[in-house]
Every structure is written in structure tokens, then in C-alpha cells.
Ligand binder design. Structure first.
Ligand code: PAF
Length: 271
């Protein structure tokens, strides 16, 4: 992969990387589309990274659709799909891990110990394996995006980290590979997550700028949905992921499925 990518760059191509864990959906494909606009060669990595899953999480049942992913990526015209095995990424004896402090610590960092260490380690390895000019991540995983930006700067990777807008279903639910876990009733209930963000963004737009009142509005919508259980709902600064700020970040369990979403309340909610 590295030889090919280096050859492309020697020949004057620019290389865009879209890191994924497969089970591709329209959200991933929007990253691929943007990468294809910005670069002459696009590499999509497909690797379900064991290091970023906790022991009680869904590594064993994470959706995998490799043939469909390849078909989609072929139709999108990407130059390469990089699908390393776990042994290639983490050969026996590999013990080095990358820890991002600060932005990786609150919220998802607290709820999922070791998660961002796993993400940071695999992203750094993908940057080394591909040496892209640019790499593309979704705003849906806002804290991950901030962690990767920090890592790219702090490790002098020279990779430009590009964050692309969240893609949503018609009812507002943010696209996620984990939506596949939802049963029909749960799927309906999951719309409460974006409804909560929409309500707070509308209130902010109408002049309500008291952050605690806005947070309570978010909670009210979620608490009215019997299948939803809030892990956290916070209004944070988009750089530090600590309060105060207008970025509303949510982690909500719908049945056994944990979903995250976010929206900057200072912006109108889409749709
Ligand atoms: O967002 C994801 O799918 C993963 O966290 C990533 C960035 C591909 C790293 O494994």
C-alpha cells in the first residue's frame, strides 16, 4: 500500500484517505465523494479495529458487509481499498499505543475507557501505511474528529484532517453502522435523538442562550421517549469537549444499542 501511495505522490497525484470500519452507508460514501473531489487518488481503509472496542462492547457482532463495500467503492471510483488483517495491523508483540490527552478525556473518553487510545493508534498506523495528503472523518463522531485533528498536529503527520457534515435519514437520525442493530420500534424511538438536538437548536435560534435551559430541553425530549436512556447530554466547547459551549453532544441507549450524535446549537438544524 505504502509503495503504491508513494509512487502516486511521486507522479504528482494527491492522495485522500477515508478510514472506515466497513458496513458502509451513505455517510461513509459522502466522505468518499468529498475525498474524490479533493484528490486525484482515494484510498478507503476497511478495518474493524479491535483496539477501540471495550471488552463488553460489540466487536464480535459489528456488522460486516465486505463484498457490498467493495462493490460500492468500485462504483465510486476509488483507487484502492486497504483491508488489512488484524495480524497485519497488530502483529504479535506490538504493544505501542497512542494516547491523546485533553480532548480525548471527557464524555466518550470516560464512557469508553481505551476507546480513543485504540482510535488514535489505528489512525496513526493508517497515516503511516498510506501517507495521505488528506484524511476524511465525519462530524457525527465529533469528539473522534477533534482527537484525530489533535493527533495529526501533535505528531507532525502533515496530513490535512477534513471533517464532513453528518448525513441523516429523513426523520433526522444520523447514519451509523450501528443503526442496523435497531428493531422497528427502536428505530422509531431513535428519532428522539435528533429531535432533541433540533428542539434545542430551534430554541437557540429563537433567542434562548441559557446553556443549562437548553440542556434541559434536550433531556426533556429524550426522557419523553420510553425506549431511550441517556448516557450523557452536554453542551461543550467544540475544541476541548468540556462545558461551556454550544456543541450539544449526546450518547443515548436505545434498547441495547448505544448511539451518539451532536449539533452546534448556534447553527440551524438541517432539514
Ligand atoms: O469512525 C470509524 O469508523 C473508526 O473509529 C475509524 C476512524 C475508522 C478508526 O477505526
Amino acid at each position: 500500500m505504502l509503495e503504491t501511495s508513494r509512487r502516486w505522490r511521486r507522479e504528482g497525484d494527491s492522495v485522500g484517505l477515508v478510514p472506515t470500519m466497513g458496513a458502509l452507508h451513505a455517510g461513509h460514501m459522502s466522505l468518499v465523494e468529498r475525498a474524490c473531489q479533493d484528490n486525484t487518488k482515494v484510498v478507503v481503509s476497511v478495518f474493524v479495529n479491535p483496539l477501540q472496542f471495550g471488552p463488553a462492547e460489540d466487536l464480535d457482532r459489528y456488522p460486516a458487509t465486505p463484498q457490498r463495500d467493495l462493490d460500492l467503492l468500485r462504483s465510486a471510483g476509488v483507487a484502492a481499498v486497504y483491508m488489512p488483517s488484524a495480524e497485519t495491523m497488530y502483529p504479535a508483540g506490538a504493544t505501542t499505543r497512542i494516547q491523546v490527552h485533553g480532548v480525548a478525556e471527557p464524555l466518550e473518553g470516560e464512557a469508553r475507557p481505551g476507546h480513543f487510545e485504540g482510535v488514535a493508534t489505528v489512525v496513526a498506523k493508517l497515516f503511516n501505511a498510506i501517507e495521505p495528503d488528506r484524511a476524511y472523518f465525519g462530524q457525527k463522531d465529533a469528539q473522534q474528529a477533534a482527537v484525530v485533528k489533535r493527533l495529526a498536529r501533535d505528531l507532525d503527520t502533515g496530513v490535512e484532517v477534513c471533517i464532513c457534515p453528518t448525513v441523516r435519514e429523513a426523520d433526522g437520525l444520523a447514519l451509523s453502522s450501528r443503526n442496523a442493530y435497531l428493531g422497528p420500534e427502536e428505530r422509531k424511538a431513535a428519532a428522539s435523538i435528533s429531535a432533541a438536538l433540533r428542539r434545542a437548536a430551534n430554541s437557540y435560534g429563537a433567542g434562548e442562550h441559557d446553556l443549562e435551559r437548553l440542556r434541559r430541553e434536550v433531556l426533556e425530549v429524550l426522557e419523553a421517549e420510553p425506549l431511550a436512556r441517556v448516557d450523557y447530554a452536554a453542551l461543550v466547547d467544540a475544541e476541548t469537549f468540556r462545558p461551556p459551549g454550544t456543541l450539544a453532544v449526546l450518547a443515548v441507549r436505545i434498547g441495547k444499542t448505544r448511539l451518539i450524535d451532536n449539533h452546534d446549537l448556534a447553527q440551524p438544524f438541517p432539514g
